[in-house]
Design a protein around this ligand. Structure first.
Ligand SMILES: [Zn+2]
Length: 91
């Protein structure tokens, strides 16, 4: 029984986190797998899911390469160039 729990915590969970999330993040499959094994799957999952996307769509209007949301966080425009309602440019 203990071996089964060990296998799930340090085999199945880290692998699933690395395969389903880590692959698409900048941290990568192996970085995510190592973190999940060394720092428990829970912390590995938190770090992996907060890592930046490998192929972030970016913003065509202000050159913000790391934008992952529909509306850009810097200039507030979406892919069609429409501004987010209520968005104000800081500065
Ligand atoms: Zn932008």
């Amino acid at each position: 029984m203990f071996v089964v729990i060990l296998f799930i915590c340090f085999g199945l969970l880290p692998f699933s986190i690395a395969w389903f999330i880590g692959r698409y993040k900048r941290i990568g499959f192996w970085g995510s797998l190592l973190l999940s094994i060394l720092l428990t799957p829970f912390i590995g999952f938190l770090i992996t899911s907060n890592s930046r996307l490998k192929n972030a769509p970016g913003c065509n209007w202000c050159g913000n390469k790391d934008n992952e949301a529909e509306y850009c966080g810097l200039c507030g425009k979406n892919a069609a160039g429409e501004s987010k309602p209520g968005f104000k440019v800081r500065g």
